[in-house]
Ligand binder design. Structure first.
Ligand code: IMP
Length: 197
């Protein structure tokens, strides 16, 4: 049986990915099975650099095929910020409320049609030999002037997604897992993995 290690300890994310990849019939583990695993620094300038670095490092540390993701929000009016700094936009330690408030302040007075934004996710798979595969998923939307909805995490309450006519925090979790940037990137990686190894 083929095996893949997910470069994450986040149980919610691990379960979401496992559910999507389950039909492949691979054994799926995570960093929770490697207690001594070191913290991986994210210094890349792009989601792709960060995802590839995490996948490579995990594959060489574990000797298994590894999958990593990196994601965030890009706001056009802010030239793509917060981007790779999404988690710590308002500084350390990461704080969703502070991040959302900072975003609202930076967009104060900006009209709706100029508040375009997207969530982007890059997934990378690496083999211990150094072979790399990446895919990307994105969701285009708008940043509202105040939060709406109680679900989700991060920037979800501010991100209006026209396809669902709701913010990501108003979409039911099952629906978000079908339409999200992560779901789109994962669906592509699932296809691509068939011919990868
Ligand atoms: P990571 O790739 O899981 O480390 O996510 C980086 C950061 O991007 C998170 O801490 C959030 O601030 C933001 N982010 C990524 N995906 C989402 C999402 O689906 N909803 C809201 N915020 C997100």
């Amino acid at each position: 049986m083929r095996r893949i290690v997910l470069a994450s300890t986040n149980r919610g994310k691990i379960e979401e990915i496992k559910a999507i990849l389950a039909p492949m019939g691979w054994e799926i583990t995570s960093l929770n099975a490697y207690p001594g695993f070191p913290e991986i620094e994210e210094h890349g300038a792009t989601f792709e650099e960060n995802a590839v670095h995490k996948a490579r490092f995990t594959a060489s540390f574990t000797g298994e095929i590894a999958m990593a993701d990196d994601s965030g929000l890009e706001v056009d009016y802010l030239s793509g910020a917060p981007g790779v700094f999404s988690a710590r936009f308002a500084g350390e330690p990461a704080n969703d409320t502070a991040n959302n408030n900072k975003l609202l302040n930076l967009l104060e007075g900006v009209p709706y049609e100029k508040r375009t934004a997207r969530f982007r996710c890059v997934i990378a798979v690496a083999t211990p030999e150094g072979k790399i595969l990446t895919t990307e998923g994105k969701c285009e939307g708008y940043i509202l002037t105040e939060p709406r909805g109680t679900g989700g995490f991060g920037y979800d309450p501010l991100f209006y997604y026209p396809e669902c006519q709701k913010t990501f925090a108003e979409v039911a979790p099952g629906d978000k897992n079908r339409v999200s940037h992560r779901a789109r990137a994962l669906a592509k990686i699932k296809e691509a993995l068939v011919n990868f190894v």
